[in-house]
Write a protein that binds this ligand. Structure first.
Ligand code: CAA
Ligand code: NAD
Length: 282
């Protein structure tokens, strides 16, 4: 069954980017969020990025118009009944995600594949709340989605080869590079990235250096495009904390304990760039 129509759930920074690349690749896309304001913000971000791409001569005005024509807003999850693939990108919380997957299992056609953009939560556990665990898979895009080439594809315990192959093809159709990964906490990307970010936060917490200096060391010393604290603010400190908690609980190893300063900032509502304050002010 070919994938033609896609629903993306969650119009935040990841969901809007995923909807954009799917629409640019020619898929019909429903962008769903429970908040109308989030949908409006998501669509307006996509419009701005497409306008910039036209200005930079990367796409034509006609490409921009046809991409926007393929994008439809949705505030009703029932709209998923016409979709071949759903990509979930809501908050990194197992209870919220499993509720969404239970509903999707009821609403979507039998052939539909249900994918999660989770950064770290077990795909096997998400799949287990559905009656089609063989058609549940992780499709982990990187931020910012329109720029980053990687999609980590995570096979849950029961994910079928047919599901994997369909998502691998879709990833190639999106002009991204797939990497196959088994279902373990943090997969590959965040098992390696997030402890580095957490360690950078400890370095500030212990007074070794300021956030600016930690970032300068990693940018100029290791050639990272962004320092780890700028990157943490960009990802969202809430998402970073959720991922560290999944690693800590999943491996039961104290090396993954989240830094108390990260917890404190999240409790204060300092979630990074999206709320205007994190390690830096925006
Ligand atoms: N959305 C879309 N496009 C963006 C963007 C955004 N948020 N930010 C920048 N871009 C585009 C710009 O438009 C620009 O393209 P053009 O020149 O063609 O217009 C291009 O990216 C380069 O941007 P800039 O010159 O402004 O800045 P830069 O050279 O510093 O690049 C960056 C920006 C690509 C974000 C770069 O800083 C970078 O690679 N940072 C690290 C990103 C990273 O590590 N991402 C992974 C996060 S972890 C993750 O996603 C997994 C998880 O589960 C948490
Ligand atoms: P975000 O906070 O920017 O957006 C989440 C959106 O989901 C919000 O608009 C919210 O209104 C919506 N939402 C929440 N619950 C919902 C529900 N039940 N139904 C419909 N919409 C709902 O978050 P984000 O940074 O885009 O992250 C989304 C997912 O992508 C998370 O699982 C995260 O771990 C993962 N992820 C994030 C990054 C990153 O760098 N931020 C990278 C890769 C993957």
């Amino acid at each position: 069954m070919a994938i033609k129509k896609v629903m993306v759930i969650g119009a935040g920074q990841m969901g809007s980017g995923i909807a954009q690349v799917c629409a640019q690749a020619g898929f019909d896309v429903l962008l769903h969020d429970m908040k109308e304001a989030a949908l409006d913000k998501g669509i307006s971000t996509i419009e701005k990025l497409l306008t910039r791409a036209v200005e930079k001569d990367r796409i034509s005005e006609a490409d921009k118009t046809s991409t926007l024509d393929r994008l439809t807003k949705s505030t009703n999850l029932e709209d998923a009944k016409s979709c071949d693939l759903v990509i979930e990108a809501v908050v990194e919380n197992m209870d919220v995600k499993t509720k969404v997957f239970q509903q999707l299992d009821e609403i979507t056609p039998k052939h539909a594949i249900l994918a999660s953009n989770t950064s770290s939560l077990p795909i096997t556990e998400i799949a287990a709340v559905t009656n089609r665990p063989d058609q549940v898979i992780g499709m982990h895009f990187m931020n910012p989605v329109p720029v980053m080439k990687l999609v980590e594809i995570i096979r849950g315990l029961q994910t079928s080869d047919a599901t994997y192959q369909a998502i691998e093809k879709m990833t190639n159709d999106l002009n991204k590079t797939p990497v196959e990964v088994n279902d373990f906490p943090g997969f590959v990307s965040n098992r390696i990235l997030m402890p580095m970010i957490n360690e950078a936060i400890y370095t500030v917490y212990e007074g070794v250096a300021s956030p600016e200096d930690v970032d300068t060391v990693m940018k100029l010393g290791m050639n990272h495009p962004m320092g780890p604290l700028t990157l943490a603010d960009f990802i969202g400190l809430d998402t970073c904390l959720y991922i560290m908690e999944v690693l800590y609980e999943g491996f039961g190893d104290s090396k993954y304990r989240p830094c108390p300063l990260l917890r404190k900032y999240v409790k204060a509502g300092w979630l990074g760039k999206k709320t205007g304050r994190g390690f830096y002010q925006y």
